[in-house]
Design a protein around this ligand. Structure first.
Ligand SMILES: NC(=O)c1ccc[n+]([C@@H]2O[C@H](COP(=O)([O-])OP(=O)(O)OC[C@H]3O[C@@H](n4cnc5c(N)ncnc54)[C@H](OP(=O)(O)O)[C@@H]3O)[C@@H](O)[C@H]2O)c1
Length: 324
């Protein structure tokens, strides 16, 4: 039997329930993975709450690393014993064992621990496409990242520091200011107590930033627009505070001719070459020491409800994982 976290209805963290399932059977192009480390991600809360509706009943979780235990008859890229990770559908990473299509798995280099791989595959590939493809950050850019001490935030900040741009981070508490600085922010603004748009304009001599990376969403949207320079780039990639529902092209984008994108990791890793490129850049950045993972908390699968409560309460000081 396999221990799995499942939801049968949408709702608050209490809908996350432990259940035991039969060991899954494989199709020809599928792989059975024994998960060793499972990433906790904000998107898991959107699936759980129904903000992003999914068919029910459903597992939860999109990121894990583990060992290949069994392969289907047509699997070509992987063998039993390989270390692998994923950041992809089908949803269901909160599980001791998981069946994945071969095409969605990447090989994890042996120098990278399961714990790190389970924390960085989704978050790291997100930072990869955000910094290198959705908008190509250069050392001459000044950029703004919201929730800089968070799971994606810490990885993003370290990678941005390696590029050499000027990085302004926002955080929600004084405790997180030091964390954001340690991870590479040149300037940190506590947006719970300060007007971040005003601070950004002061730092940039009234010009505004080249790009805003906004995964906080509703509560930061309007001020993020104030903080962008003329013809700057707005990357809206998440909804931690709620979804930006009413983008008004004339009101929000036209006055400063802003470029707006709503990117996510799936479209940026949609093809096998893109997935391999992104994962390779992440693992290489780790091996080169550009990114170091500081795991903020390790949960058991039985603590899934608590993990989601902590995420909502903004308690986590960096990436967190489940150890099944
Ligand atoms: N599009 C993509 O490809 C993609 C991929 C991965 C993640 N994301 C998005 O990136 C964002 C960060 O994800 P993550 O998993 O690394 O989470 P996280 O940053 O570890 O946690 C979210 C952070 O958002 C801030 N926040 C502001 N208002 C909040 C509120 N009302 N409730 C909860 N948190 C609030 C908190 O930081 P402060 O206390 O410092 O404000 C909190 O720690 C999320 O929006 C996620 O959906 C998008």
């Amino acid at each position: 039997m396999v221990k799995v976290v499942e939801i049968t209805e949408f709702g608050d963290p209490s809908v996350l329930k432990i259940t035991n399932k039969d060991t899954p059977k494989l199709q020809a192009n599928e792989v059975l993975v024994e998960n060793k480390s499972i990433g906790l991600n904000f998107i898991d809360t959107y699936h759980r709450s129904g903000l992003y509706p999914i068919p029910l009943p459903s597992g939860i979780g999109l990121e894990a690393a583990g060992i290949v235990k069994e392969i289907g008859s047509n699997v070509k890229l992987l063998k039993v014993g390989d270390h692998v990770s994923h950041a992809s559908m089908p949803i269901g990473a909160y599980s001791e064992m998981q069946v994945m299509p071969e095409a969605k798995l990447v090989k994890v280099p042996k120098e990278i621990s399961f714990e790190d791989a389970g924390a960085i595959t989704l978050k790291g590939m997100t930072c990869e496409y955000l910094l290198h493809r959705a908008y190509k950050v250069t050392k001459d850019d000044t950029i703004l990242y919201h929730a800089a001490a968070g799971g994606v935030g810490q990885i993003f900040c370290q990678w941005a520091r390696a590029i050499g741009c000027t990085l302004i981070g926002t955080v929600g508490s004084d405790e997180k200011v030091e964390i954001a600085k340690k991870n590479g922010c040149d300037h940190v603004i506590n947006y719970s107590t300060q007007d971040f748009a005003k601070e950004v304009l002061e730092i940039t001599n009234g010009k505004g930033v080249d790009a805003v990376y906004d995964g906080v969403g509703l509560s930061t949207f309007e001020k993020s627009l104030e903080a962008i320079k003329l013809r700057g780039m707005f990357l809206s990639f998440g909804n931690a505070s709620g979804m930006v529902a009413n983008l008004d092209v004339k009101k929000h984008l036209a006055p400063k001719a802003i470029f707006f994108t709503r990117p996510s990791v799936m479209p940026y890793t949609a093809t096998r070459p893109e997935l391999e490129l992104s994962a390779d850049r992440v693992f290489t950045a780790m091996k080169e020491g550009k990114i170091k993972i500081n795991i903020a908390h390790k949960y058991s699968l039985d603590e899934a409800q608590k993990a989601h409560e902590d995420l909502h309460a903004r308690k986590l000081l960096g990436p967190a994982i489940f150890i099944p």
